[in-house]
Design a protein around this ligand. Structure first.
Ligand SMILES: Nc1nc(=O)c2c([nH]1)NC[C@@H]1CN(c3ccc(C(=O)N[C@@H](CCC(=O)O)C(=O)O)cc3)C=[N+]21
Length: 281
C-alpha cells in the first residue's frame, strides 16, 4: 500500500481551511529566509502558497547570504514583538556563519510553529507537547489517517537530527511504540532495521535503505529529500526494491513532504488559536 501524503495533506488542508473560516481568526505566518539556496526558496514559496490556500496570512523576510547572526536575531526579535504575527519559521539550514542554535533559541516559544525551540522539544520529550516539529508530526498524522497505530510496535528511526530523528522518536514513544534511534555510528544497522515494524528513514542519502534492511511487512516512512544526479527529487529509500516487501510505504515526492507543509499550517492556526484564548502569553 502506498501512503499517499499528497492526498492526505489535501484533505487536512481542506478541513483546516473550513476550521479557520469558522473560527473568525486570521492566523499569520512569517518566514525568514537567509540567502538564495534554490531548494530553500522553493520550500518557502510552497509554504506561502499553502498559507494562501487555507486562509493564513503570510509575510516573507529575506536576508542576504552574508547576513550575520545578529541580523537574523534582529529579524526574529521584531517578529516576536509583532502582535500581528502568529507563527515564525526560520528556514533551515542557515548559512554557516550563523549560529543556528542562537537563532532557534530566540524564537518566542509561543510562535515557534517549527517546534525546534528547546522549550517545545522539552515539552514534547516530557509528554506534554505544545508545538511539535512539522515533519515528524506530519508522519504521525499520515499513519493515523491510514489507521496505523504505533502502540506496541517496534519503531526504528534512522537519523538523530533535531528536525526529524529525535522528535520522531519522542512522538513515537508518546504513542506507545518501542523506539530505537540509529545513526551513522550504529554498528550492524541492518540487523536492527530488519526488526522494525515501522522504519523511518531520515538520513539524507539517496537509496540508503535497500531491501535487505527491511523486514517483510514493515511500514516504511521515507523522510529523505535528496536531489539525484538527474536533478530529480528522491528519498532515502530505494522505493522500487523495498515497495514489494513493505506493507505500506511513502513515496518521494508525494509522501512526507506535503504532510510537513500541512502540519506547518495546522501549527500556525494552533498558535493563533491558543493566543486568542490567552493560553499563551
Ligand atoms: N525551518 C524549517 N522548517 C522546515 O519544515 C524545513 C526546513 N526548515 N528546511 C528544509 C526542510 C525540508 N522541508 C520540506 C517541506 C516540504 C516538502 C515537499 O512538499 N516536497 C514535495 C515535492 C516538492 C518538490 O517538487 O521539490 C513532495 O515531497 O512531494 C519537502 C521538504 C521542510 N523543511
Amino acid at each position: 500500500m502506498i501512503l499517499d501524503g499528497k492526498k492526505t495533506s489535501e484533505k487536512r488542508l481542506s478541513l483546516l481551511s473550513e476550521k479557520i473560516g469558522e473560527s473568525g481568526l486570521y492566523p499569520r505566518l512569517a518566514t525568514v529566509l537567509v540567502g538564495q539556496d534554490p531548494a530553500s526558496q522553493l520550500y518557502v514559496r510552497m509554504k506561502h502558497q499553502a498559507c494562501e490556500r487555507v486562509g493564513i496570512g503570510s509575510i516573507g523576510i529575506e536576508l542576504e547570504a552574508v547576513a550575520t547572526t545578529q541580523d537574523v536575531l534582529d529579524a526574529v526579535h521584531r517578529l516576536n514583538a509583532d502582535s500581528m504575527i502568529s507563527g515564525i519559521l526560520v528556514q533551515l539550514p542557515l548559512p554557516s556563519q550563523i549560529d543556528t542554535h542562537a537563532v532557534i533559541n530566540a524564537v518566542d516559544p509561543a510562535k515557534d510553529v517549527d517546534g525546534f525551540h528547546p522549550m517545545n522539544l522539552g515539552r514534547l520529550f516530557s509528554g506534554s507537547p505544545l508545538f511539535s516539529p512539522c515533519t515528524p508530526l506530519g508522519v504521525m498524522t499520515l499513519l493515523s489517517e491510514y489507521g496505523i497505530d504505533p502502540t506496541g510496535k517496534n519503531v526504528v528511526v534512522i537519523g538523530r537530527s533535531i528536525e526529524v530523528g529525535r522528535p520522531m522518536a519522542a512522538l513515537m514513544t508518546n504513542a506507545n511504540a518501542t523506539v530505537t534511534i540509529t545513526h551513522s555510528k550504529t554498528v550492524d544497522l541492518s540487523s536492527i532495521t530488519r526488526k522494525a515494524d515501522i522504519l523511518v528513514a531520515a538520513v539524507g542519502r539517496a537509496h540508503f535503505v535497500t531491501e535487505d534492511m527491511v523486514g517483510e511487512g514493515a511500514v516504511v516512512i521515507d523522510v529523505g529529500t535528496n536531489y539525484g544526479e538527474d536533478g530529480k527529487l528522491c528519498g532515502d529509500v530505494d522505493f522500487a526494491a523495498v515497495e514489494p516487501i513493505a506493507q505500506a510505504i511513502t513515496p518521494v515526492p508525494g509522501g512526507v513532504g506535503p504532510m510537513t507543509i500541512a502540519t506547518l499550517m495546522e501549527n500556525t492556526y494552533r498558535a493563533e488559536y491558543l493566543r486568542s484564548c490567552g493560553s499563551l502569553v
